[in-house]
Design a protein. Sequence first.
Length: 431
Amino acid sequence: MNPTPKNPIPRRRWRIAWLLGFGVLVNYFDRVNLSVSHAALVSTFGISTVTFGYLSGAYNWTYAACQLPIGVLLDRFGVRRVGRISTFLWSVASFAAAITPSIGGFFAARLLLGIGEAPTFPANAKAIGYWFPSRERSFATSIFDGAAKFASAIGVPLIGILLLKVGWRWSFAVTGLISLLYFLFFWRIYRDPQDDPELTSIERDYIASDDQVFAANEVGQGSLGYLLRQRKVIGMVLGFGSYNYVFYLLLTWLPSYLSSALHIDLLHSFLYTGVPWLIATVADLAIGGWLVDALIERGWNANSVRKSVLIGGTACGLGILGAANTHSATTALIWISISIGGLSAASPVGWSIPSLIAPRSSVGKVGGIINFSNQLSGIGAPIITGYLVAARQSFAWAFGVSAIYLLIGIAAYIFLLGRIEPMPAESQTTA
């Protein structure tokens, strides 16, 4: 069923998309707060560059460890119940970071933050699969995925100014308050479609209108072991893992790169950091979201459109090599913007794939598997970068390592992912 002037489709599903987007925005305020506070934490606790690399990755340790069990919990207990618990935990973690008296307490707060935020992206992917027909999922996904980039675009300069004015402890307390506000919003608003009393039958039918293609997989399921053996899942694990390596390298080290390698003062490094992330936000929404859905709606081959943006965007990520040896801030920002902009265009396509290839009862598990790989990259990128920068006194090798991983990811998308279409359920394969 398509919307017509005589029979307009209600838009309650978009309220869910914007709710999830706000959640990721808050989520990433918590994450970027640490990179902004680098110099202040060094002053307060006397930590080294390598220790900061470990601290930057601490969040991802528990985040990664939780991904596979979170996928199972999401498929069993649903987005609403798991989401309520997780949003409360990450609020507590932000407040804990603000009041900790030691670097050990700070590590503990970051580990708790990783547990609280672990369900976010797998849960959002599952929620979008529930609330949107497949032809709208790229833009719906780009709303929450773009929020991750927009949080860095506005969060780094805003939190940086806040930190310079009132100190790093208050910057963490403010993100804790915002997180608590989102917890209340999520508790009040989110329901699955079948539990939402205000969802009209017209919109409910529209959401399910093109899911006949996935009907064969509707009742199927897949165990973790079965899903881990699937070529499509392995392709996404490697491809999306390479994207997340560059993402976390820039998320945790970009302000330090601008200030130390290019000798930009701290305030301007905060402001300049927002430029690539703002471009990434636009690319995420306009290309990975709106353009993909618009082309599919006009009759373009859905597989070709999604694969082209997925592979082409990841290839643009190789632009990070252009910043490896430059001494010009302008040149560095251009290359970094090309890199993170291309990767961000590919990202919402990547996050829409679990709901397009997995049996509906296994979308949470597939999202968890993919995000487990992402968080291994999130752990490795800041730590490896810390060691390489300390050893070489340059970011060139760190950027080179990320480019090698991107080449592996591109190959995985081409040769392992194949067509973006439903995998057979485990019960069908056994039969």
